[in-house]
Design a protein around this ligand. Structure first.
Ligand code: 5GP
Ligand code: ZN
Length: 116
């Protein structure tokens, strides 16, 4: 089920362009419009689920099952990647700005790389 006014639902429907990293019937992964570091990717379920407080365990299991494959694929795409932060924000007090549950995959590069 999709939400008419949700930015990520619009991306899933193709109404807003995005750079797709991976997609199947259950999830979509796409580049974050504001790249914390090169390759910063968002993973979302295709169903509109607001946050972790509304996420059924089975959907969570499915969603998180894609994380290692995506992390490995992103790392393989750039030999400079030495680590990765996996982040999930829930609620505005926790810095969630888009209310469609999502996982950030943020590649980390060697300490001398400066993307600021
Ligand atoms: P949050 O702060 O909710 O954890 O993360 C939401 C993320 O969505 C932010 O990092 C923001 O840059 C990203 N974002 C917001 N609007 C768009 C958009 O239209 N396209 C893409 N690709 N990312 C977006
Ligand atoms: Zn949505």
């Amino acid at each position: 089920m999709l939400d008419e006014n949700c930015i990520f639902c619009k991306i899933i429907r193709g109404e807003i362009p995005s750079v797709t990293v991976f997609e199947d019937d259950h999830v979509k992964a796409f580049l974050d419009i504001s790249q914390a570091t090169p390759g910063h990717t968002l993973l979302v379920p295709k169903d509109h689920i607001e946050d972790i407080f509304h996420l059924p365990a089975q959907t969570a299991a499915t969603l998180f099952s894609y994380v290692p494959m995506l992390a490995q694929a992103i790392k393989a795409s750039n030999p400079g990647i030495e680590g990765m932060n996996i982040i999930n924000n829930n609620g505005e007090v926790a810095y969630q700005s888009v209310h469609h549950v999502h996982i950030h995959l943020i590649p980390r590069y060697s300490a001398q790389d400066d993307f600021s």
